[in-house]
Write a protein that binds this ligand. Structure first.
Ligand code: AQP
Length: 332
């Protein structure tokens, strides 16, 4: 059976981009795949995290999965650091991946910024840990937003090189699942930047914890241009902020962008923004409400994470045994 793995970093400020680009897609995949969904806390600490915040944010990612509709009886929900296979396999992959491959990773360049020398070694090796996350379960498909495409190509390269180096077919060559009308939701303040948890402006994103007033305010303040909406997608090409709001509307209403434009052609943003606000409050608001409700019962969330960790460990164990034998490590 094909197996899904995906994860979200517990770095706070979970936003609409995380929901539309990834978490919402996790839900529908449960009927066709065996699904493993992780709160990737080891990835989170590649940049500084306050320990108390990290604990709370890890529960919050699990609560967001549950609130969105991931069923913990069928799918596995757990925290990355509670299954040692991730760290063990990441080390082996650090010895498979080439420096030249990692030097090409645009996310490292963006996150390290100008102060590259001061970035953590973990941030640099991030894609190798991500490959381990996926391949410790021999997952075949990975639902992600578009920004993760390059990391998944590296996962494929690592799997291929491991298989070639050791003359085995241990690892599958994973397929990214990037779908929907919002594979790259952009910042509400700047249509050239993706909506992100670490953007210093809270007005750049709609978060899971935003209530109706906050959603309305952020959309009212969202940057746009002065023109009305066009009647076809092509005319949105040079209008990134307008294209972003139309994309969000399309994703939330489960229509194509063209359908949305058919309905709103000629409309000003003074009409479109309130309509988008209503839609976001209606479709995204309840998910955030449910996440907050679950966060009031941390023991319940912890029990789900514990059960998930046990089931994930059981799946990773035979894979790690096979990998260690292949590499030439002695059995303990
Ligand atoms: N703007 C986005 N549009 C669509 N999908 C997105 N994702 C993230 N941002 C967008 C997808 O959400 C999943 C989880 O992301 P992550 O937490 O692992 O890491 P990230 O991509 O680094 O997320 P952020 O929000 O941008 O955080 P910071 O600010 O820390 O960099 C992934 O599937 C991702 O594609």
């Amino acid at each position: 059976m094909s197996r899904i793995f995906s994860g979200v970093q517990p770095t706070g400020n979970l936003h609409l981009g995380n929901y539309l680009g990834a978490i919402r897609n996790f839900v529908g995949l449960q009927k066709d795949y065996e699904c493993i969904y992780c709160a990737v806390d080891m990835h989170a600490i590649t940049v500084w995290q306050d320990p108390a915040d990290l604990r709370s944010n890890t529960r919050e990612v699990a609560a967001a999965y549950l609130a969105a509709g991931v069923d913990p009886k069928n799918s596995i929900i757990f925290a990355q650091s509670t299954v040692p296979a991730h760290a063990e396999l990441a080390w082996i992959f650090n010895c498979v991946a080439r420096l030249g491959w990692l030097n090409r990773m645009t996310q490292f360049k963006e996150k390290a910024g100008k102060n590259r020398e001061n970035a953590s070694l973990g941030l640099y090796a991030y894609p190798s840990l991500m490959a381990a996350d996926i391949l410790a379960y021999k997952a075949t498909h990975v639902p992600v937003g578009e920004d993760q495409k390059q990391h998944l190509e590296l996962t494929r390269d690592i799997a291929q090189k491991f298989n070639n180096d050791y003359g085995t077919d241990t690892f599958p060559i994973v397929e990214p699942l990037i779908f929907g009308e919002a594979t790259r939701v952009m910042s509400l303040r700047d249509g050239s930047k993706k909506m992100s948890k670490s953007d210093p402006s809270d007005y750049s994103r709609i978060t899971f914890t935003d209530d109706r007033d906050a959603i309305a305010l952020k959309l009212r303040k969202a940057r746009t241009d002065a023109d009305p909406l066009p009647d076809n997608e092509k005319d949105l090409e040079d209008r990134p902020e307008a294209a972003n709001l139309v994309g969000i509307y399309a994703a939330l209403s489960e229509q194509t962008r063209q359908d949305v434009l058919k309905e709103y052609a000629g409309a000003q943003f003074s009409t479109f923004k309130p309509a988008l606000t209503e839609l976001a409050v209606d479709k995204f608001g309840p998910v955030g409400e449910e996440m907050k409700r679950l966060m009031d019962d941390p023991a319940h969330v912890d029990a789900i994470l514990k059960d998930g960790a046990e089931r994930a460990s059981a799946l990773a164990e035979p894979v790690m045994k096979e990998v260690k034998e292949t590499v030439g490590f002695l059995a303990p």
